[in-house]
Design a protein around this ligand. Structure first.
Ligand SMILES: [Zn+2]
Length: 421
């Protein structure tokens, strides 16, 4: 199959995916902006819609102990290991419609095309309930429940109104004691494939609709504090100032320079100056740092260089600084055989040799990698790849190509799997 021979059935399925993305996009906690977070009434409504679509596609549907919606079609035999296809249905605040849902909706259509009893494995679709961590700060908690790497400390995380994750679970009708039941055994899984919008500009720049993902960036996050001395803005001459904000600002500029030099993505997303008076020299500044790179060694090198820069900048200004690591996830490689299968799928749908990209953003695949090999397919998004924004777009034509590529990739996985076992 190539682009030219794309069927009317594919075009119709692509329009259905777009309409379903619109339907999910209309389920929001906030009027006028799309926000749908974990274990809310809106999550329940979205999950119900998705479960209905899975059922229509011929899947046996259930909700797992973590609130993920799952559906399954049996393969050529009872109780075979499953190839998982999935993504998430929660969003960031003021989100776009495609980050997460597109992968779920594509997976449902791929499963709808799979005749039961044919594939050498079962096919399962998962709609994870919490990837973004918007409500409780618990990113990837849906997929980590499935991977058996749930963190019990999360139970006490609270949302903005003080409701704990434990309470939200119970109100949603889930039993926290049963959470371990969501975990899957490696022996029951063939692999995990996820389709996702690129959330970056590279496909658009290359004029290509789809890419194979080679790896998902490892990230480290730090809370940095620069400390000086607060003082009267009028009364303190320059030579006596220990201005924490000027020092922190120099550090921010240096962080960007180091990131560019080492090809590491370094971002300071937040900076607060204290005490925060218009006529007071800032005595303390708190800033965030997010570091990501294709390879963990590059990311860690950048952190080393940033520490040296912070030492130098603060020494010159008689300031002090400290850092606390708040998050760390190492890079996840997509399995070679799954990259080949995705590549074969893209070639079947588009004809071209596909681009290979590493994912700058985190995905459920990172967590699932703890329990199964993973592969990913990226779909071009417009407007220079803008995402986590209502301006997120994908075209119906690209979705049609993605559907044919994803379907062909599953076939390619089946051939490789049958040859291996
Ligand atoms: Zn996502």
């Amino acid at each position: 199959m190539n682009g030219a021979s794309q069927s009317a059935e594919t075009a119709q399925a692509a329009r259905r995916i777009m309409a379903r993305a619109d339907a999910l996009g209309a389920i929001s906690e906030t009027p006028g902006a799309l926000t749908r977070t974990h274990l809310t009434e809106e999550h329940r409504r979205a999950a119900k819609l998705v479960a209905g679509w899975m059922h229509e596609a011929g899947l046996a549907v259930w909700t797992d102990a973590a609130g993920n919606v799952c559906g399954r079609i049996e393969g050529a035999g009872p109780e075979l290991p499953a190839l998982l296809l999935g993504s998430h249905i929660d969003t960031v605040p003021d989100a776009g419609r495609y980050d997460g849902p597109l992968g779920v909706l594509l997976a449902i259509e791929v499963a709808a095309r799979a005749a039961p009893g044919v594939l050498p494995f079962a096919l399962e679709v998962v709609a994870f309930g919490d990837e973004e961590g918007t409500r409780f700060g618990t990113a990837l908690s849906g997929s980590r429940a499935l991977a058996g790497s749930w963190d019990d400390a999360w139970w006490d995380c609270t949302d903005a109104s003080g409701i704990s994750l434990r309470t939200a679970f119970e109100r949603f009708g889930l039993d926290p004691r049963r959470l371990p039941d969501a975990a899957r055994e490696p022996k029951d899984l063939v692999a995990y494939l996820e389709a996702h919008i690129e959330q970056g500009p590279f496909l658009e720049q290359a004029g290509q609709p789809l890419a194979v993902v080679s790896s998902i960036a490892g990230a480290r996050r730090f809370a940095l504090t620069v400390t000086g001395r607060a003082g009267h803005a009028g009364g303190t001459p320059y030579e006596l100032r220990r201005d924490a904000l000027v020092g922190a600002s120099e550090l921010v500029v240096e962080i960007e320079r180091i990131g560019q030099e080492l090809d590491v993505i370094a971002t300071v997303g937040r900076m607060h100056a204290y005490p925060g008076g218009v006529n007071v020299i800032p005595g303390r500044v708190e800033l965030s740092l997010d570091l990501r790179a294709e390879f963990d060694a590059d990311r860690d090198d950048a952190w080393g260089r940033i520490q040296e820069a912070a030492d130098q900048i603060t020494a010159l200004r008689d300031l002090e600084w400290s850092a606390q690591e708040t998050y760390r996830a190492d890079a996840v490689q997509c399995a070679d055989w799954l990259q080949q299968a995705v590549e074969e799928g893209i070639r079947a749908a588009c004809g071209d040799d596909p681009l290979t990209l590493w994912s700058r953003a985190g995905h459920d695949a990172m967590a699932v990698a703890g329990v199964a090999e993973v592969g990913m397919l990226f779909v071009r998004c417009g407007n220079q790849g803008v995402s986590h924004s209502p301006d997120e777009t994908v075209s119906t034509g690209d979705v049609a190509l993605a559907l044919d590529a994803f379907t062909a990739a599953v076939r390619a996985v089946a051939e490789r799997y049958a040859a291996r076992s």
